[in-house]
Design a protein around this ligand. Sequence first.
Ligand code: AMP
Ligand code: MN
Ligand code: MN
Length: 316
Amino acid sequence: MAKLITLAETGAMLMAANKIALVCHVSPDSDTLGSALGLMLKLEQLGKKTVILVDDYIGTEFKFLPCIERCIRPQASENIYADILAVIDSSTFDRIGLAGKVVKAPIILNIDHHISNAKFADYLYLDTEAAATGEIMCDLFEVMKWKYDLETATCFYAAISTDCGFFKYSNTKSKTMMRAAELLSAGVRPNEISDAIDMKSRNTIELLAKVLATLSFEYSGRVAYVTISNDLYDKSIPTDSFVSYPRYIEGVEIAVMFKAVEQEVTRVSLRSSNVDVSEIATKFGGGGHLRAAGCTINAPIEEAKQQLFTILKEIL
Ligand code: AMP
Ligand code: MN
Ligand code: MN
């Protein structure tokens, strides 16, 4: 069970270390990458040695993030020694993949905002009210009296804005917007970041057209889902945004995207208007937030659908 700590303790712990290994979750998003990169940049300005690890493919859609090229993919054969393993925006240890095995550190520190947090670390700073881990980073900067520069502000703005759907989702609080305003004062241009995030390759839109053709409904239209079968699946094409299409259909309470990442491995994304989908994802070893969650089911896609629909039937 993790010891819950304050932001001041989190900052003090980082300042007491010489080398910090920052780790993002697999299927990385702007929140995990932006939060880790912004923190890395500040720690380096303060004279710390850092390394940033992501055990996954990092899509070209993140190339606008400052220093994204510093993210390295851990190799099974290596050992990386550090004073602290800082797990950023991840609610479970297995969600950092190989990085959890490769990094040898006496302290595991977890900074997170997921309601499903499994409290796996030695020390945990958890704020489930924060719209994004990026918002927590801004809180940490304030407590530590660290100043933003354009690069750190860009990282945190990208982190915050994507996790709250550009200030649309219910996790958007007045504080979320205040933090965003501070980042704009540091020079961030919101249009440049949203343009970079919204820009899609032709391949992505062509895939979206095929995925939308799979749109189906269950339970009298209360559940809508799309399917990315294994022959459509392409690791290099970002599909995170696709689940928003079934989500915004009148009468739909739960939207699901099934993605066959391997023949027997199905990645499931859940979105809802009200139902707690984090609880559903947790039943399959995943997690997330009330209205946005995900999990991986180790079964072929059609079998995974049946497993999930059985649970949904109980809930609806
Ligand atoms: P996604 O559908 O992958 O965009 O995930 C939606 C939300 O659920 C994000 O906040 C993720 O961090 C979280 N999430 C997704 N998959 C998992 C998982 N396997 N374990 C814990 N949290 C997850
Ligand atoms: Mn994330
Ligand atoms: Mn997040």
